[in-house]
Ligand binder design. Structure first.
Ligand SMILES: NC(=O)c1ccc[n+]([C@@H]2O[C@H](COP(=O)([O-])OP(=O)(O)OC[C@H]3O[C@@H](n4cnc5c(N)ncnc54)[C@H](O)[C@@H]3O)[C@@H](O)[C@H]2O)c1
Length: 355
């Protein structure tokens, strides 16, 4: 099978965990890796992925080989393994735009090279590195920077996986332009492997499936990585609240009082994330059922499991001449696909696409 040539827009914690997962697979392509849901997607193994280039704006990362960029002080996700074949992929400068607005601007110094970078230079690099799939892992709220990367990928003919909650796959106009160009688009906002949204939507489906009526729900999330630092700023987190609400609606939660979002930054948690989910429902004879669940996960490896599926789904879509926002695999991989589904249907649709 041909390799899938991947570029990373943003070399933060999710990109680091994903690159390690790829390295682990490359080291032993036939190994059964915990959390790797599908050995193949469209015939591709995870070991067939090559990270060939990356983009960032951080002075501690730009101009360095990929493995060295992941030693920057803002990386808090656990090192499980060293990078292998992809360790020397170049980290290139990208235009800053709104990438470091808010609290991130206090902990990350922009590289001088970012001043000269443009959408055109990003598109040119994607062509030069023969990139099949661009994975966008930029900070939430960086709407201009995310849009710039999507446009550059469209120009270069590279498929897009949008891990952020910024509107890309849900933008009908942009999706139509990707469709016209024959380029697949997957998004928006990664639904972590066994994360808060996956758990919460499974709980809702369980109760609705037994005929209960939902009364109210909440989902509180805290963590200590730069994603949570950024999300602690209300001007940056708005799209994340909307995206989480989209996922709960797709699970069947309509006209119910509900709140779900990032709820705080606790620095010493580093890459550990805690989710507290509560669902209140009415059952037989008006009796009350309450579920209170606490989930503790390492945030970034949890994202890597989904990116591992998403990049292979994006390349498979290209192989099958699917373009624009791709429906089949998206509801399981993202919180806010153009057409969401309840958890069990989303999983069945993904497995059908992957086979
Ligand atoms: N489990 C998860 O971690 C998870 C789940 C779902 C969605 N997401 C989303 O994925 C995204 C990435 O999360 P993360 O934890 O990796 O974030 P992070 O803060 O670790 O990394 C963001 C990276 O983007 C870089 N950046 C900022 N502006 C840029 C620009 N203009 N061009 C290029 N690079 C730029 C930063 O320097 C940093 O390296 C966020 O939007 C997050 O909400 C994460």
């Amino acid at each position: 099978m041909k390799a899938i040539r991947v570029a990373l827009a943003g070399t933060g914690n999710c990109a680091w965990s994903f690159s390690q997962f790829v390295a682990q697979a490359q080291a032993d392509p036939e190994a059964s890796l915990p959390g790797l849901m599908c050995r193949t997607v469209g015939g591709y193994r995870l070991a067939d992925v090559r990270v060939v280039a990356a983009f960032d704006v951080d002075a501690d990362k730009v101009g360095r080989p990929l493995a060295a960029a992941f030693e920057a002080p803002t990386i808090s996700a656990t090192r499980f393994t060293d990078l292998g074949a992809d360790r020397d992929a170049p980290v290139l400068a990208a235009p800053l735009l709104d990438g470091l607005a808010g609290p991130l601007g206090e902990v990350i110094t922009p590289a001088g090279e970012a001043r000269d970078a443009t959408s055109e230079s990003v598109a040119k690099a994607l062509v030069e590195h023969d990139v099949d799939v661009l994975v966008i892992t930029l900070p939430t709220g960086a709407a201009q920077a995310v849009r710039m990367f999507a446009e550059a990928a469209l120009t270069a003919g590279a498929a897009v996986v949008n891990c952020t909650p910024e509107v890309v796959a849900r933008d009908a106009g942009l999706s139509a332009r990707f469709a016209d160009a024959g380029v697949p688009l997957l998004g928006d906002d990664l639904r972590s492997h066994v994360g808060a949204t996956t758990l919460h939507t499974a709980l809702i489906e369980l109760l609705l499936g037994r005929g209960l009526e939902l009364d109210s729900t909440y989902q509180l999330n805290v963590g200590g990585n730069t994603d949570f630092l950024n999300l602690a700023d209300a001007t940056r987190s708005a799209t994340k609240f909307t995206s989480k609400a989209n996922a709960l609606r797709a699970a069947g939660m309509t006209d119910v009082s509900g709140v779900a979002g990032p709820t705080g930054f606790i620095g010493h948690l580093a890459d550990t994330k805690l989710c507290f989910a509560n669902v209140r429902a009415t059952s037989v004879l008006g009796s009350e059922v309450q579920l209170d669940v606490k989930l503790t996960v390492e945030d970034s490896p949890n994202a890597a499991g989904v990116i591992a599926n998403a990049v292979r789904a994006a390349k498979t879509a290209a192989d099958r001449n699917l373009s624009g926002a791709v429906d089949g695999p998206a509801p399981m991989l993202f919180k806010s696909p153009p057409n969401g589904l309840p958890e069990s249907q989303a999983r069945a649709a993904f497995l059908d696409f992957a086979s």
